[in-house]
Design a protein around this ligand. Structure first.
Ligand code: NA7
Length: 287
């Protein structure tokens, strides 16, 4: 039976690793803040002190960390993933990072005889808990095929887009669209309220038209109540906007709408909403 590793047990990693354990997979975990491993150890996970040790004791290791800096740190850092990679081992980074970082990690893993897949996910806390994520995969095809049983436990759908870099690009495009949709909703709600409309009425009208969507339906009523339970941290949304804007630069694509949305997320971060849900950008926009 295959042995799996999981590095990074934040909101997403915690839920994903728990689903692997629930399906009776053999899982070894590591997190920078070791206390976050406890609930998974109680559910049957093994624990190692470093990413290198997790990789050394697993066939396929997943990583779910915040951003490119964290992804590089756990891979290239002391006692990092690279030190545990041997011939044929699989490393799957499911974090949302930029294509360049992912390609560099991919090359380093394969230079050490390992196989790399990037598989950023569409979906936040609830889909992670429900095993309903969408994986946007690219990289080593044999690893993709081998990982399918695990991906099917954690997700409802997987795509494969070819060489490393294309999964990261897809993820940034998708999240950039989501981030601008959210600020558009917030500006509409805020304008409507200032103009004397009822915010719940705005949501009801939106829900009947062609731009009705699950995000507005799910988050809208909570936003109207000033309730922003963190499913997708605002700091990560702003990171994704920033990475998408850099991708725009690299590809000669002007991103006016996303650029403006990014300023709203930066404003919200400056106001202390880093760890709130990204829908808390409403608080910055309405001021
Ligand atoms: P969280 O809940 O903020 O979790 C982030 C994780 O990344 C958590 O395990 C962190 O460890 C870890 N992290 C952050 N920086 C580092 C460094 N420098 N070294 C090692 N580990 C680090 O985020 P989510 O789970 O919601 O999201 C994760 C990804 O999915 C992200 O790319 C999103 O955009 C989508 P900690 O517990 O703080 O020690």
């Amino acid at each position: 039976m295959k042995k799996y590793g999981f590095l990074g047990l934040g909101i997403m990693g915690q839920a994903m690793a728990a689903n692997l354990l629930k399906a009776d997979f053999t899982v070894t975990v590591w997190n920078r803040t070791a206390s976050k491993c406890e609930s998974l150890i109680n559910k049957g996970a093994s624990h190692r002190e470093t990413p290198a040790e997790v990789v050394a004791s697993s066939d396929i290791t997943f990583a779910m960390v915040s951003d490119p800096v964290a992804a590089r740190k756990i891979c290239f850092g002391k006692q990092g993933v690279l030190e545990g990679i041997t011939m044929g081992k699989g490393y799957i980074d499911v974090s949302t990072i930029d294509p360049q970082t992912s390609i560099e990690i991919s090359q380093a893993i394969s230079n050490n005889g390992g196989r790399f897949l990037e598989a950023p996910v569409s979906g936040s806390k609830k889909p992670a808990e429900d095993g309903a994520l969408v994986f946007l995969c690219a990289g080593d095809k044999s690893l993709y095929q081998e990982a399918i049983p695990a991906l099917e436990i954690m997700g409802k759908k997987s795509f494969y887009f070819g060489d490393a870099g294309f999964g990261a690009r897809m993820k940034l495009v998708i999240n950039m669209i989501m981030g601008t949709m959210m600020t558009a909703l917030c500006e509409g709600l805020s304008l409507g309220k200032k103009a004397g409309l009822n915010m719940s009425d705005i949501l009801d009208v939106l829900d009947q038209g062609v731009i009705a969507n699950q995000m507005f339906r799910l988050k809208g009523p909570m936003m109207v109540e000033g309730n922003f339970p963190t499913a997708f941290p605002l700091k990560h949304m702003q990171k994704d906007m920033r990475l998408a804007l850099l991708m725009g630069d690299d590809n000669g694509q002007a991103l006016y709408t996303a650029g403006a949305a990014n300023f709203s997320y930066i404003k919200a971060r400056n106001k202390g909403f880093d760890d709130g849900d990204f829908s808390a950008v409403l608080q910055a926009i309405k001021e």
